[in-house]
Design a protein around this ligand. Structure first.
Ligand SMILES: [Zn+2]
Length: 388
């Protein structure tokens, strides 16, 4: 779609450039049975940045035909625990208070944690305006094609004095870490704190507090309310993102450079193969799809990808012939190297699969945007190796 016909999902402005173009990419959530012939359908995947409000966003809508439920990694569950505890420490989880959840179509729910503390859950579909003492949005907002409508619904649902709490991966993290592969079909909005704060003010809210956690390179828990008064630490997070250039299309173009550099991964795998070493992967995660497609990998270079989700096993990665196998099958193949596509899960996955290192294999992580592969030290050196 040429500039001029693109309309901002939040402010409806039309002025802005494409800042990241990944070409044609297969939908990340469509993992076909392993013997389905190639090629897979692919669609343009582009990030467009609005000059008026600074929202980086998916340029085009994409249809979704399938939703494969992933096993929620322990690191994600633990972050949910931390986020809910933080909200409790802020005094936001009052017994009898009404909570509305705008959740993700493929994430877990926070409601059991909140009703377990005495809050009353109200269905967002049947929620009259002005009823929610607390709204929790756990990766929900980014799935909404119409961001203006999504923000309006959340603001309207809040009771006077209510708080909107959101967990999201901010654009600042994507930019700082060169995580261009976080651009996905179906993930429409890539908010930064400065842009989100400005957009919320259009609905009578503003960023009140924000906390950063290590998950996914830097995940934020953000609260917004009508009489928002950010403290010094929150203002620092907002300014830190602004300094990175999150609302500047020229700065965002650095993501394109990182995406264009991905050939190093293919070269590394070819060198491993030439040296007689077999390499498998672990984590058939959404972020692995564009990385693998963009690097042009196939089963000749990466023999298989292990994943704990039964719904993914027996399928293959979109756009390639790389099969997805169970963790047990992965270990039984005794690969010399295992590329971990979710580096944050290193401790968890290595502890669950000690067989890999017991057989002489090594875990490696791609270092995004830095043209490097880093070999993790043996788990025993970390002092947490389980017996067997
Ligand atoms: Zn805009």
């Amino acid at each position: 779609m040429p500039d001029g016909t693109t309309r901002c999902r939040a402010c409806h402005g039309s002025d802005g450039p494409v800042v990241l173009d990944l070409g044609e990419q297969p939908p990340w959530d469509r993992m076909p049975p392993w013997d389905t012939p190639l090629p897979d359908a692919a669609y343009p995947l582009r990030m467009w940045c609005c000059r008026d409000c600074g929202l980086a966003q998916l340029e085009a809508d994409a249809e979704h035909v399938e939703e494969l439920f992933a096993v929620e990694p322990r690191a994600v569950v633990e972050q949910s625990d931390r986020s809910v505890s933080r909200l409790a420490a802020e005094g936001l989880l009052r017994p009898g208070g009404r909570v509305v959840e705008f959740g993700s179509p493929h994430g877990e729910s926070w409601l059991p944690r909140l009703t377990g503390r005495g809050m009353t859950a109200v269905d967002p579909a049947g929620c009259p305006d002005g009823t929610a003492d607390l709204i929790v949005d756990f990766y929900g907002l980014l799935h909404e094609p119409d961001q203006h409508r999504a923000l309006h619904r959340r603001a309207a649902a809040l009771a006077p004095g209510g708080t909107l709490a959101m967990q999201l991966l901010p654009l600042g993290t994507v930019l700082r870490e060169g995580q261009w592969y976080d651009l996905r079909h179906g993930h429409y909005a890539y908010w930064s704190l400065p842009a989100l704060d400005a957009a919320l003010r259009g609905f009578g809210l503003g960023v009140h507090r924000a906390w950063r956690y290590p998950l996914s390179g830097g995940t934020l828990l953000v609260t917004a309310r009508a009489d928002a008064a950010p403290d010094a630490a929150t203002r620092e997070l907002i300014e830190e993102e602004r300094a990175l250039g999150v609302t500047d299309p020229a700065a965002l173009a650095r993501l394109q450079e990182a995406a264009d550099d991905v050939r190093w991964l293919r070269d590394w795998l070819a060198a491993e193969r030439a040296a007689g070493r077999t390499v498998a992967g672990y984590g058939a995660a959404s972020r692995a799809v564009p990385l693998i497609c963009r690097a042009g990998l196939d089963a000749g270079l990466l023999t298989a990808i292990g994943d704990a989700a039964p719904g993914k096993q027996g399928r293959r990665m979109p756009g390639t012939d790389i099969p997805i196998v169970s963790p047990d099958e992965l270990a039984a193949a005794r690969p010399d190297r295992v590329v971990l596509f979710l580096p944050a899960l290193a401790d968890e996955v290595r502890a669950q699969l000690p067989e890999v290192e017991a057989a002489g294999g090594r875990w490696v992580v791609p270092v995004a945007g830095r043209e490097a592969v880093q070999t993790l030290p043996p788990l025993a050196m970390l002092g947490s190796r389980s017996p067997g």
